[in-house]
Each structure stands twice: as C-alpha cells, then as structure tokens.
Write a protein that binds this ligand. Structure first.
Ligand SMILES: Nc1ncnc2c1ncn2[C@@H]1O[C@H](COP(=O)(O)OP(=O)(O)OP(=O)(O)O)[C@@H](O)[C@H]1O
Ligand SMILES: [Mg+2]
Length: 472
C-alpha cells in the first residue's frame, strides 16, 4: 500500500497522519485498520516499534468522529507510563475532533480521576488495578455503552506474572457491554492465544507479521560473556566507550530488581555518567519526571527494571543493555525492542554469565536469531575492575543505610492489604509453612542417613562374609 489515504479513513484524519509523518502505513496498520473499520474484533501481532498504536488509534478516531459520545473507548495497558504515551497518541491524532481523553493509573490522585471519569471522556486509557478500584468504589460513570475495548500489550495483561491483573480484569469486564469491538495488540501474542480468544469472541481478525525472526531486522543483537564479578566493570567500560564516541546516543540499561536498579544508578553517577532510574518502588511523580528528563536527553542513561520494557517509544535510544539475561525470551524481545524502532538502527548488548548460557539458547531459539559476540578490550576492563567493584560496594553500603529494604517491606504490606489479606496473618502463615518445610527437610535427611547406615552395614557384612569364606 502506497499511501495512508487508502486505509479508508476520512480526509481530516489522513491529513492529521501526514502532519505527524505517518505517510505510508506499516504492514500492521495496512492489515488491521480496514478490518477494524469493518467492525471486526482484531488481534494484531507485530514486531516492536512497528506502529501498533496507530493501528488501533486511527480506526477508533474514525468511528468516534462518526458517532461522538463518551465513554466510547477503553484502552487497558500494563504500565502507567505506557498509559500516558497511548493517551498522547489519541490526543495528537484526535486534535481536530476536540478529543476528551482521561488517564486512570495508580499512584496519581484518585479524586481528580473520578471527576474526569464522570465528565464522560471519549477515551479512557487505564491500568487495570486503578480502574477496577474506581469501578468498585463509585457509580458516577458508566462504561456500559463503550464501542471499543483495547488491550495493548494484551499478553502481559492476561498472563499471571509478578503483577497479576486477572481479578481486576474480571471487575472491569463485568461492567462492559457484551456487544463491542475488542482489539488486542502485542509483539508477543502467540503464547496466550487461547486466553485472548476468550476475550475477543466475535470471530477476531488475526494478523501476524510473516517475518521469520521475532526481533527487528535493523537491530544488531550482541552478547558479552562475563563472570558475575566482572559484569559491572564491563558495563562501566561500555558506557564510557559510548559516551566518548557518540554524544547523541541514549542508552537504556535493564536490570532485574529495584534495588539493583538503584545501586547501578548510584554507581554510574559516581563515575559522572548522566544516569537516572525508573523502577516500581519510586514515587509515581518521580517516575514520570525521570522518564521525561530521559526523553528530553537531559539524562542519556536510563536504568530500569522490566517496568520500562514494554511499549515505550523513545526514538533517541540507540542502545539497550541487558545487565541481566532475561529469563523469558518474550521479555528479551520487548526489552531490546526499545531501540531500532520505526526503521531506525539500534544495538542491544546482553551481559551473559556462565549460568545464563541456556537462557541465551532459549532466546535464540524463540527469536530465530543468533546473537553475536560484542568485541571488547578485556585489558581495558580489567584496568578498572577494582575501582568499579569498590564503588559498587560503597553504593550498596550507602543504600543499606537508607531505609530501602524497610520501604520494600512496607510496600509489600500495602499490596497485601489491597488484596484484602492481613499482612500479619500472612507473615504467620509464611513462617508456619517455612517451619513445616524445615521439618520435612530434616525428616528426609534422617531417612537418607538411615538408608546410608543400612547400606554401610550390608557392605560391611558382605566383606566379613568374604573374608570368612577365604579363611576357611
Ligand atoms: N506509518 C508510519 N510511518 C512512520 N512512522 C510511524 C508509522 N506508524 C507509527 N509510526 C511511529 O513509529 C513509532 C513506533 O510506533 P509504536 O509505539 O506504535 O510501536 P509498537 O508497534 O506499538 O511497538 P511496541 O511493541 O514496542 O509497543 C512511533 O514513534 C510512531 O509515531
Ligand atoms: Mg506499542
């Protein structure tokens, strides 16, 4: 398809696309937009950075302009930052309509959100937890008339990961009309296809890009094999090289825990790198502020947990570094997809210890891509090894002296209360379970010892018998 005007959209929307540099539709847009305009449910699986957002925003705006009312469309997404990004696409593309959109996410003021919801916005973009809270606690808005339900990063919303959305989704689904169009999008839909089909019941149009590989062709995927203890030195060396050679590059470093994220940020700042962090234990306003500073290139390095691995669209990101090898190939696909977006180039570098080699094999098998080794001057890395490790230790001590672990414990308790559980009772239950586990272990050990003793006795007996028969 040559031009965005052949998608079946009104002239004002085509013009709006062109103003924003969307001239030629991407394959996911070319295939899904007409099907959605026909009134079909849709499941779109296309690579990271391939324009899935516009593939659902455009047909919704088209239909909304034909019959404008609120609340017309609900978009659900797993993270707060992503909700703001999607709302922005609606706002920008829907400007000529005077679109009213409302963002409903955790960590922000609930009263003003409730007010906005009761003002009948055309589009609501939400994370499931906070929207379910609003539905449970107020009857000042209705979603009984919505025409579109969209699940962006649909597989993440339906899987039972560290944040489980299933209960909240049940609450939300219970207030939505059965007659609606349901649109599901992600770069990794296929694992959760069955669950998705139970949400998009209306004979969904399924579209998946035909490409052999599951990661982007313009992405140069690399790995560095390193002992655990040298990992940070490799990281500092890599960043130093990028800073020396490219003053316009932005880098995202993914790591596994909030604590590690904090420590790495402190460590890189000690080396005078413009680094800033993003993880779920930060206050929400701080999270938004940090992301905004990174997007504006005030800080060139973002250290994040997987909270930033999906959907975020930041064109300046040239490099993604995986400080830990992701345990699941799909997490790898989303993480490295933060670079090489919309036809741009990009590099991803995964730090791999000897214990992670099997994970790399899984990633290669699933993505149908072979990772190449990233050439590096080991001598240069060894020169800074001691200094880096001492700095890291200093940062760890500094963080331990703050109340980081205490805050983590308070957050855990808050989460349990929100889930309707008693934190003290849960702690007791956990301690009892641990006690039972320990007793079982002891019991097993005793049995093993007994078996060993019996075996020993039998062997001894046999030897004695043999000696006896030899003598006689
Ligand atoms: N037809 C188009 N032509 C040029 N650029 C486009 C087109 N459609 C979308 N884009 C741009 O491509 C970028 C990536 O789009 P988008 O964020 O929708 O990707 P995605 O497929 O949702 O990726 P992810 O899987 O990471 O969420 C955006 O900056 C968007 O403005
Ligand atoms: Mg997206």
């Amino acid at each position: 398809m040559e031009d965005v005007s052949s998608l079946g959209l009104s002239d004002w929307l085509v013009q709006q696309c062109k103003h924003l540099g969307i001239n030629k539709p991407t394959p996911v847009q070319e295939n899904c937009v007409p099907a959605i305009l026909e009134g079909r449910d849709c499941m779109g699986c296309a690579k990271t950075g391939s324009g899935k957002t516009a593939a659902f925003v455009l047909p919704v705006l088209q239909k909304l302009s034909e019959e404008p009312y609120g609340i017309f469309c609900l978009v659900l997404t797993p993270t707060r930052e992503l909700a703001y990004q999607i709302a922005e696409q609606f706002r920008v593309l829907g400007k000529p309509l005077g679109l009213k959109e409302c963002i409903v996410v955790g960590g922000m003021d609930m009263i003003s959100q409730a007010q906005e919801l009761s003002n009948q916005p055309h589009v609501v973009v939400a994370t499931p937890g906070r929207l379910a809270d609003h539905i449970r606690s107020s009857n000042t808005f209705s979603m009984a008339m919505i025409k579109f339900l969209i699940l962006d990063e649909a597989d993440r919303l339906l899987e039972q990961g560290c944040t489980d959305f299933t209960k909240d989704l049940e609450v939300i689904m219970s207030v939505l009309p059965a007659k609606r169009q349901t649109l599901l999008f992600s770069a990794t839909l296929t694992d959760t296809l069955q669950e998705l089909k139970s949400i998009a019941l209306n004979k969904p149009f399924f579209w998946e890009s035909t490409s052999e590989t599951r990661t982007v062709e313009d992405l140069d995927q690399r790995y560095i094999l390193t002992p655990e203890k040298v990992k940070d030195a490799y990281l500092v060396h890599l960043i130093q090289t990028f800073v020396d050679e490219h003053d316009d590059w932005s880098v995202i470093i993914f790591t596994n825990t909030c604590k590690n994220c904090q420590i790495l940020t402190m460590m890189l700042q000690k080396f005078n790198f413009p680094a800033i962090s993003l993880h779920s234990m930060m206050k929400q306003k701080q999270r938004f502020a940090n992301l905004a500073k990174f997007k504006a290139s005030v800080y060139k390095i973002l250290i994040a947990t997987d909270v930033a691995s999906r959907g975020l669209d930041i064109p300046t990101v040239q490099v993604v570094i995986n400080h830990n090898t992701p345990g699941l190939p799909k997490n790898y696909i989303h993480r490295v997809g933060r670079t090489a977006r919309a036809g741009r180039n990009g590099v991803s570098i995964t730090l791999v210890t000897q214990y992670d080699i099997h994970l790399v094999h899984c990633i290669e098998e699933q993505t149908k891509t072979k990772l190449k080794e990233y050439p590096i001057e080991e001598k240069e890395v060894l020169k800074i090894l001691t200094q880096v490790n001492v700095t890291r230790r200093e940062c760890e001590i500094r963080l331990e002296s703050t109340d980081f672990d205490e805050k983590k414990e308070i957050n855990k308790r808050k989460q349990l209360i929100l889930e309707g559980k008693d934190p003290d009772l849960e702690a007791k239950r956990k301690a009892e379970l641990e006690k039972i586990r320990r007793q079982k272990k002891k019991f097993k050990q005793k049995i093993q010892e007994n078996i060993q003793r019996q075996k020993h006795k039998q062997v001894k007996k046999k030897i004695m018998k043999k000696k006896h028969s030899e003598k006689s």
